[in-house]
Ligand binder design. Structure first.
Ligand code: NAD
Ligand code: LMR
Length: 327
């Protein structure tokens, strides 16, 4: 029997990531090749973005995707999130050269106050949220704090792009296919302080650090390169990552709806791995039929603990910056 369509709200739908994302959702790469979707697309209520959104919708129509069973365009978040099962919060300002993602907090944070409230009022009872707009961990915390009806663990922020970057860079250094790299998880903030935990990663099933055999490279080149990859893309492209960000969001959501998948997600820390309770921190999870279990079995050495402390301190400082925005 055909599956009932799920409602997927996407914000910033006419932006760069939106353009790389929507066609992949519509083709079944996010929710499965047999899962119909209804797309509910939100842009700011301004002529230019609304016109661009119409153009994107025309292109989606022109693809004649069999899985798209409906599509609505919105300038009002209260309408866009109506009965949504998934809310993909992409819409917000990207940073430019020389900025850190936290510099976006004052502008972007307020978007997530309003959208958290709109999700609370209008989304489906089983709604789940994935935040991409930067700084995504803290924006996710803001949105969750405004949505009292939904449990905080329904709100996730994306560190999957960092996991993918970290796997690709380890594979390149070892001269193996990316599929050989496993158990690489991202802890903490989506920022240069993140800890890409190579100490538990594996290459071809063996301890990654032993296979690489270059501790100085891992500590002094690999970690900063993964942490600053977003800035390197901005420097090279003149615009922030879009296709790889959309690809990571497809991975993030697909793995969250795939029971048994193990992957990095920023979630309410619950005090795990030394993070402060109440911040959204990246860590490994195993997806279940309707949510996830946090994997808490990794023992961190003193080096890993010192890295986690730095990224936790940054998350606390971001939380302090936005304390007026928390519901
Ligand atoms: P973009 O400027 O190309 O597009 C953003 C779109 O969002 C614009 O069309 C804008 O009109 C729209 N928008 C702004 N405020 C909105 C609101 N309140 N409601 C609905 N739409 C709104 O930017 P982009 O390249 O698509 O990036 C979007 C965000 O994603 C940025 O904050 C960027 O830093 C972030 N990002 C995060 C990751 C990650 O790994 N977490 C990766 C890449 C980019
Ligand atoms: C990224 O990691 O590519 C994004 O967060 C965009 C940015 O500002 O770096």
């Amino acid at each position: 029997m055909a599956k009932k369509p799920i409602r997927v709200a996407v914000t910033g739908a006419a932006g760069n990531i939106g353009y790389a994302l929507l066609f992949r959702i519509a083709s079944g790469q996010m929710f499965g090749a047999d899962q119909p979707v209804i797309l509910q697309l939100l842009e700011i209520p301004v002529e230019g973005p609304q016109k661009a959104l119409k153009g994107v919708a025309m292109e989606i129509d022109d693809c004649a995707f069999p899985l798209v069973q409906g599509m609505t365009l919105h300038g009002d978040a209260n309408e866009a999130f109506g009965d949504a099962n998934w809310c993909l919060l992409v819409g917000s300002k990207p940073r430019g050269p020389g900025m850190e993602r936290a510099d976006l907090l004052k502008d972007n944070g307020k978007i997530f106050v309003a959208q958290g409230q709109a999700i609370d009022r209008h989304a489906a009872a089983d709604a789940r949220v994935a935040v991409v707009g930067n700084p995504c961990n803290t924006n996710c915390m803001i949105a969750a704090s405004q949505a009292k009806r939904l449990s905080p663990d329904r709100f996730t922020a994306m560190v999957r792009l960092d996991e993918n970057r970290g796997r690709a860079q380890l594979a390149q250094k070892a001269g193996v296919l990316v599929t050989e790299v496993s158990d690489l998880f991202i802890y903490g903030n989506h920022s240069p302080t993140m800890f890409a935990d190579y100490t538990h990663a594996k290459i071809g099933g063996k301890d990654a650090a032993t296979v690489i055999g270059d501790k100085a490279w891992l500590e002094n080149e690999y970690l900063p390169a993964v942490g600053k990859r977003g800035a390197a893309i901005i420097e090279a492209r003149g615009a922030s990552s879009a296709a790889s960000a959309a690809g990571a969001l497809v991975d993030h959501v697909r793995d969250l709806v795939t029971p048994g998948a193990i992957h990095s997600v920023a979630i309410p820390s619950g005090g795990r791995y030394g993070f402060a309770d109440g911040v959204w921190a990246g860590m490994p999870v195993k997806s279940t039929a309707n949510g996830y279990e946090v994997i808490t079995s990794y023992e961190m050495d003193d080096f890993a603990k010192s890295k986690i402390k730095i990224t936790n301190d940054e998350l606390l400082s971001e939380r302090d910056t936005v304390k007026e925005m928390l519901g």
